[in-house]
Design a protein around this ligand. Structure first.
Ligand SMILES: C[S@@+](CC[C@H](N)C(=O)[O-])C[C@H]1O[C@@H](n2cnc3c(N)ncnc32)[C@H](O)[C@@H]1O
Ligand code: SF4
Length: 461
């Protein structure tokens, strides 16, 4: 039986100590720490081909499509978006995505087996259902679909129509995640995202009736003007809809990167201690309603495949977040999209116009990183900690150095983790708020780069 958080009170001194800029570790090395100088597109193509040949048998590949457009800006948002009400942007953008995919298909040299397909954004449902049908049908031409394929998309509850749901369901999509964030009116007004609960009720009902098997909600704690009462109210409402999964994200406050976040002041935001208690309020309510906590900031019902993967030790994490599909090749298409070819990462240019221009004659990649042997071991270690709350002796003994051991020993004294005899570690229940910090011990690439000027990451708590 898991004890409730109140039985593991988190000392405020630890919250203060560890509430420092820290990555979310959807990759290692994280993008700001990539060695872009050593990267070349030629090496990138070699890595893609190598991993494709190694894994395009049983495992298959993952495909992420970045659809950046939104009609209006939610000021809290840290995603890479383009705000416009002009829907003429849809067709040229789809054409560019299809062209980029053709380039990859040429590199593969034979039909890819698609295990995972995710439409992210921005707002995929900015696009008309008709245009999404066109995009997906062409993307899947000449492609084999894995027998356990998972197709999913991010839907905005305000503009996901029945037509979107029916179209995507008929194309094989079975999972959808809806951006909920918070249901309190004052919070919504502050973040410029007015989203009545009725919209969420309707879209959730429509998704179920259309045959979507897994519905996930994104919630955020740490937004301006949230307090335990508003969080409780939001979660009570959410629980009436029983989503299969809930991502309960820590608000990433990065106003130097997202000026929209300057629309409210620091005084409107909860302090680090208040923010953590918002999470605990939410967590207690979710656990009381039979949701299980897994990884960082995620919850799922026991019958959901994400939870089952967690129990089997098969949870995986990539640029899309937690997933059950442990593929080694993730191709990201679209402006700002990131690809992971196991031995190398690559990112496309961020501005939509630059992406459209680049794709006319070549790839849109602007930077990347080639992983060294050590990077691969550190990547494996960080992945294991963030997916399993532990690290095996085999892996730890290969990567640990005296600096890391010193940091880990300090964390053990603080009750955050337990070091096993002979190597390996286990995150304690009291250490769960600090998983990002524990991962950062293994982030050798970040060590040399910490500066006090402009932080590279949002704070850990
Ligand atoms: C691309 S958006 C979701 C789809 C759709 N555009 C919508 O808003 O409903 C992806 C998710 O990222 C999360 N997110 C965006 N900005 C964030 C921030 N500053 N801190 C934490 N999570 C954030 C939100 O939970 C959001 O639902
Ligand atoms: S939260 Fe969603 S709709 Fe709002 S700006 Fe970000 S991506 Fe667009």
């Amino acid at each position: 039986m898991r004890l409730s958080m109140s039985e593991y009170p988190t000392p405020s001194s630890l919250l203060k100590k560890y509430d420092v800029p820290t990555p979310r570790y959807t990759s290692y090395p994280t993008v700001p720490c990539w060695d872009t100088e050593s990267f070349s597109k030629k090496e990138w193509v070699t890595s893609v081909r190598k991993v494709f040949d190694e894994t395009n048998t049983e495992k298959g590949i993952s495909l992420y499509i970045h659809l950046p457009f939104c009609e209006s800006l939610c000021t809290y948002c840290a995603c890479t978006t383009r705000i416009t009400k002009n829907h003429n942007v849809e067709i040229p953008y789809i054409q560019a995505i299809l062209k980029e995919w053709e380039m990859y298909k040429k590199i593969f040299g034979k039909a890819p087996i698609v295990r995972e397909l995710h439409l992210g954004g921005g707002t995929p449902t900015f696009f008309s259902a008709r245009n999404l049908r066109w995009l997906i049908s062409y993307l899947l031409e000449g492609v084999l679909i894995h027998e356990d394929a998972e197709f999913s998309f991010e839907g905005h509850p305000n503009n996901t129509s029945l037509d979107h749901l029916q179209t995507l369901r008929s194309l094989g999509f079975r999972r959808v995640s809806f951006g909920v964030q918070d249901l309190d009116l004052k919070v919504q007004q502050t973040i410029h995202r007015i989203q009545p609960f009725e919209n969420l009720q309707k879209v959730t009902r429509d998704a179920r009736e259309t045959g979507f098997e897994s519905i996930s909600f994104d919630l955020i704690y740490g937004l301006p003007f949230q307090n335990p009462a508003t969080i409780s109210d939001t979660i009570n409402k959410v629980l009436t809809l029983k989503p299969d999964r809930i991502s309960f994200y820590s608000y990433a406050h990065v106003p130097w990167l997202r000026p929209g976040q300057r629309g409210y002041g620091d005084a409107d935001l909860p302090t680090d201690i208040q923010k953590r208690s918002l999470y605990e309020t939410g967590r207690e309510k979710l656990e009381a309603a039979d949701y299980k906590e897994l990884g960082m900031d995620h919850f799922a019902l026991q019958q959901d495949s994400l939870y089952k993967a967690h129990v089997r030790g098969a949870l995986h994490r990539n640029f899309m977040g937690y997933t059950t599909t442990n593929t080694d090749l993730l191709i990201g298409l679209g402006a700002s999209a990131i690809s992971d070819a196991k031995y190398a990462y690559a990112q496309n240019v961020k501005r939509v116009e630059d992406y459209l221009e680049a794709i006319k004659d070549t790839s849109a990649i602007v930077k990347g990183h080639l992983l060294t042997e050590e990077d691969l071991l550190l990547k494996g270690s960080i992945l294991e900690i963030s997916c399993k709350d532990s690290l095996s002796p085999e892996l730890m003994n290969k990567v640990v150095d005296p600096t890391m051991l010193g940091m880990l020993a300090e964390m053990e004294e603080e009750g955050i983790l337990r070091l096993n005899e002979g190597g390996g570690l286990k995150v304690t229940p009291a250490g769960r708020p600090f998983i990002r910090n524990i991962c950062s011990v293994f982030d050798k690439r970040m060590r040399g780069q910490v500066s006090n000027d402009t932080p590279l990451f949002s704070k850990a708590i």
